[in-house]
Design a protein around this ligand. Structure first.
Ligand SMILES: Nc1ncnc2c1ncn2[C@@H]1O[C@H](COP(=O)(O)OP(=O)(O)O)[C@@H](O)[C@H]1O
Ligand SMILES: [Mg+2]
Length: 257
């Protein structure tokens, strides 16, 4: 079976007047279905550029990108949009929710582009997606009535509503505190383990990368390290062991640890 993602000698240059800057200098890697990988690397090392190409939001300057065996560079804009809508869910650092719109309406948005889904099943699917991220009961809240962690869950629900094969998350925990970040990783681990969704996320934080099963390091537009994590941290365990929920006194479990 083809890998889900296969890139060979991928480059991306940006031109500013006469000057040309290299964001990617020849990246080659592949990812199988069901992987959970983290990309790390300094600011400016090309991580977001890589994610945007993998997500079909931008095109490479040279090199090959095959998604599910399909050479993406040969596709028309409409075909690319269709792939984005059906195969890929996106999560961003800044949540990117519409402010004057309820949680459920935000989650329904990607389905509006899907003509095969009527309004009733749109509502049903959006409710299911919100339930998957633990937000049942909060469907009617607007983003400013939700915490940062809850807003990011709405964004994950929105990314799930089209049943994607893969979620791409660019610094999804960057705007969250430690506990909310780990809770987010618990959701990603569940989606990965229970539903087999492939997850690729960018993070600066080694404590977040430790939940992944593979860590890919970028430097100056190149992959400089690609490591398999034998025993990734388990986010549910991390939450239970080291970060008791607010209001629960330490040791309330009777010291069973
Ligand atoms: N739209 C753009 N126009 C010009 N240069 C860009 C653009 N996007 C990114 N770059 C440059 O490409 C390099 C890689 O950027 P980026 O992929 O955003 O890195 P990272 O996400 O690792 O911080 C940087 O030098 C950045 O300045
Ligand atoms: Mg970036």
């Amino acid at each position: 079976m083809d890998p889900l993602i296969e890139v060979r000698d991928l480059t991306k240059t940006y031109s500013a007047g006469a000057a040309r800057s290299w964001a990617l200098r020849g990246v080659s890697l592949s990812m199988a279905r069901g992987e959970f990988a983290a990309i790390m690397g300094r600011s400016g090392s090309g991580k977001s550029t890589f994610m945007n190409i993998v997500g079909c939001l931008a095109r490479q300057s040279s090199g090959v990108y095959r998604l599910d065996g399909i050479d993406v560079s040969r596709l028309s804009r409409d075909e690319l949009a269709a792939i984005r809508n059906t195969k890929i869910g996106f999560v961003f650092q800044s949540f990117n929710l519409l402010p004057r719109t309820s949680a459920i309406e935000n989650v329904e948005l990607p389905l509006l582009y899907n003509r095969t889904v009527g309004s009733t099943s749109r509502l049903v699917r959006a409710r299911q997606a919100l339930a998957m991220v633990g937000l049942e009961g909060l469907e009617g809240r607007h983003p400013n009535e939700l915490s940062g962690g809850q807003q990011q869950r709405v964004a994950i629900a929105r990314s799930l509503v089209n049943s994607p094969e893969m979620i791409l998350a660019d610094e999804p925990t960057g705007a969250l505190d430690t506990r909310n970040g780990v809770e987010l990783m618990a959701i990603f681990q569940e989606l990965n383990r229970r539903q087999g969704i492939t997850i690729l996320l960018v993070t600066h934080d080694p404590d977040i990368a430790a939940f992944a099963r593979r860590v890919i390091r970028f430097r100056d537009g190149l992959v400089v390290d690609d490591e398999t994590i034998r025993r990734p941290r388990d986010a549910h365990e991390a939450l239970a062991e080291t970060m008791p929920a607010a209001g629960v006194p330490a040791g309330a479990d009777g010291g069973s640890r």
